[in-house]
Design a protein around this ligand. Structure first.
Ligand code: ZN
Length: 149
């Protein structure tokens, strides 16, 4: 099944392919300060696929703390859509179903997730293990390094 969504203004779009139902996949609420300020609810499937389409000029790539990922925020409407890590053929991401209005996932019971005690190495390893393989439509973004910086 493929689920597609976009930010509020529509300049950032993302689609998510998974064989799992939303209930089986589950949704996470990362307890970090950034995610709580945005009210983010996230999904990922290491056996799925994410495609992100936007122009580089329309996306703010925000990083903080350990700077191991880029948080993609629309420069026009301010919506946080995804966190992305890696480069080349090993880019992975987690999508914010609230920012993208992926309505099939909005009714799923949220599971709080606390990652604050991880080391940098543990965080990177977990994301490569749990996040979704991702590709960018735009060649400049496809060729980017999304951290660690
Ligand atoms: Zn937008």
């Amino acid at each position: 099944m493929r689920y597609s969504g976009q930010c509020h203004c529509g300049k950032l779009t993302a689609s998510f392919e998974t064989q799992k139902t939303p209930a089986a996949l589950g949704v996470r609420t990362c307890q970090c300060d950034f995610c709580r300020r945005h009210g983010a609810v996230n999904i990922s499937d290491p056996d799925g696929e994410v495609t992100i389409d936007c122009a580089p000029k329309d996306v703010e790539r925000y990083s903080f703390a350990l700077r191991t990922a880029d948080f993609l925020i629309c420069k026009s409407c301010g919506v946080y859509v995804a966190a992305v890590m890696g480069e080349g053929d090993s880019i992975v991401s987690t999508l914010n179903v609230v920012g993208l209005r992926l309505k099939d996932f909005l009714a799923v019971a949220e599971a709080p997730a606390e990652y604050g005690a991880e080391t940098t190495e543990e965080r990177i390893a977990r994301r490569f293990d749990k996040w979704t393989p991702t590709r960018f439509e735009h060649p400049d973004l496809a060729a980017s390094n999304f951290g660690p910086h």
